[in-house]
Design a protein around this ligand. Structure first.
Ligand SMILES: NC(=O)c1ccc[n+]([C@@H]2O[C@H](COP(=O)([O-])OP(=O)(O)OC[C@H]3O[C@@H](n4cnc5c(N)ncnc54)[C@H](O)[C@@H]3O)[C@@H](O)[C@H]2O)c1
Ligand SMILES: [Zn+2]
Length: 382
């Protein structure tokens, strides 16, 4: 197969490029090697280095790509990964997120509509962010979908989601693909926008598609320069730098962590399958609290750093979310193979050995930026 991967030099993209290359496929990559992901010296980027001789590489922006029209005339499939990916950052860098994620996707789709092409499938990387808080259960009202948490509640240290009908506390359930779409961040809005664009255009030109809603992806190679994504990477780096970890909220907020090789396995299963026009959650199906992550790292890293449960919070963050993975298991036969307990070990080793700018500087800057735009609350500014 010939496959075009947008964002193919990124975290997930570089793993996918390597997997497809090793399986004997021809890979084409369009990626602008963005500074936030690849650092100042982009050609020295760890991720980029891993794909250099595995793909035909075009250092281009998807919004202005000159090669796109000719590439769609020779590839069998497009995997669209290129995106801005920071939930917190999306809350103030709004036009950039809409431009890259929504307009960027529209450019690729428009090119498919307007030009003769050989593409037989379009795969989109979406996100669990489209669900917002996701699916919950209320003792009185059964299944409910909470709205965004109230700033007044969170200032008082009350972080749990409430029933939208009776305002009582609710219990998180695994979110399935039929759950209500209710994004709480600009990032989530643009990811859903991408889904709508893909569905609408692909249906109109009868081009099969698959949409993947990834949970929190982690693994070696994850950008350590980017302070906006991946708490696992940020916390791990802070411990190695002997810098304090500021644990937001009460530390009991939870996420569903899935290893990057499981993500690429899911995409590859889809490429080989006959399933089309489907939307899949991809996650471990398990919840891990943020404080559990901190403890897992602290047990494995010798550091003088302490963690501090600060009660601080960011607008746009959700409380809990974990995936119901029944659909992908049934339709693609997918089961995740790497347990967080195991994946975290090699992740720490990799972080220890990898060169990157100190995350503490970038991280502090990112929090200060959110504070400036009144999107970050702590005890002193609330
Ligand atoms: N990593 C996660 O936890 C996660 C979770 C849910 C969804 N996703 C989605 O998966 C996809 C890949 O995520 P990732 O973690 O590999 O991100 P990443 O930031 O590591 O990679 C994105 C790549 O896209 C490139 N890029 C950005 N803007 C571009 C543009 N305008 N033109 C060309 N290239 C551009 C970047 O240089 C980078 O190499 C994204 O669409 C993201 O929204 C990721
Ligand atoms: Zn209720």
């Amino acid at each position: 197969m010939k496959i075009l991967i947008t964002g193919g030099a990124g975290f997930i993209g570089s793993y996918l490029t390597n997997l497809l290359y090793n399986e004997g496929h021809q890979v084409f990559v369009i990626d602008n090697l963005s500074k936030q992901v690849h650092g100042k010296e982009k050609t020295k980027s760890f991720l980029y280095q891993t794909i250099i001789d595995k793909a035909d590489f075009f250092e281009e922006d998807i919004l202005t790509s000159k090669s796109l029209n000719s590439l769609i005339g020779k590839v069998d499939c497009i995997v669209h990964l290129a995106a801005e990916t920071g939930t917190g950052q999306s809350m103030y860098d709004i036009s950039n997120y809409v431009r890259t994620n929504s307009l960027g996707t529209s450019k690729i789709l428009e090119s498919l509509v307007k030009n003769k092409n050989t593409v037989k499938k379009f795969i989109l990387a979406s996100s669990r962010a489209v669900y917002g808080e996701g699916k919950y259960s209320c003792l009185e009202h059964g299944i409910v979908y909470p709205v965004a948490r109230r700033i007044e509640d969170m200032r008082k240290g009350d972080f749990e989601c409430k029933c939208p009908i009776c305002n009582n506390e609710v219990t998180a359930l695994a979110t399935d693909e039929d759950s209500i779409i209710f994004p709480q961040s600009i990032y989530g809005i643009t990811k859903f926008n991408q889904e709508q664009l893909v569905k609408s255009v692909c249906n109109s030109i009868n081009l099969p598609y698959s949409i993947f809603r990834f949970q929190n992806v982690y693994g070696n190679g994850q950008s350590l320069n980017n302070p906006y994504t991946g708490i696992l990477a940020i916390f791990c780096k802070l411990l190695l730098e002997n810098k304090e970890i500021n644990v937001f909220e009460d530390g009991l907020e939870s996420r569903d962590f899935i290893h990057v090789t499981d993500i690429t396995k899911a995409i590859y299963l889809d490429l080989k399958s006959h399933q089309n026009f489907q939307t899949y959650n991809v996650g471990s199906g398990k919840r891990t609290t943020v404080i559990e992550i901190v403890h897992m790292l602290e047990e494995r890293i010798i550091s003088t750093a302490k963690h501090r449960i600060s009660g601080a919070f960011r607008l746009g963050d959700i409380r809990h979310n974990y995936a119901d993975v029944t659909n992908i298991s049934k339709l693609l036969g997918f089961t995740p193979s790497i347990k967080l307990d195991d994946g975290i070990f090699s992740f720490i080793d990799w972080t220890r050995l990898s060169e990157s700018d100190p995350v503490s500087n970038n991280y502090k800057k990112s929090v200060a930026e959110m504070e400036k735009f009144k999107l970050y609350y702590n005890k002193t500014n609330s």
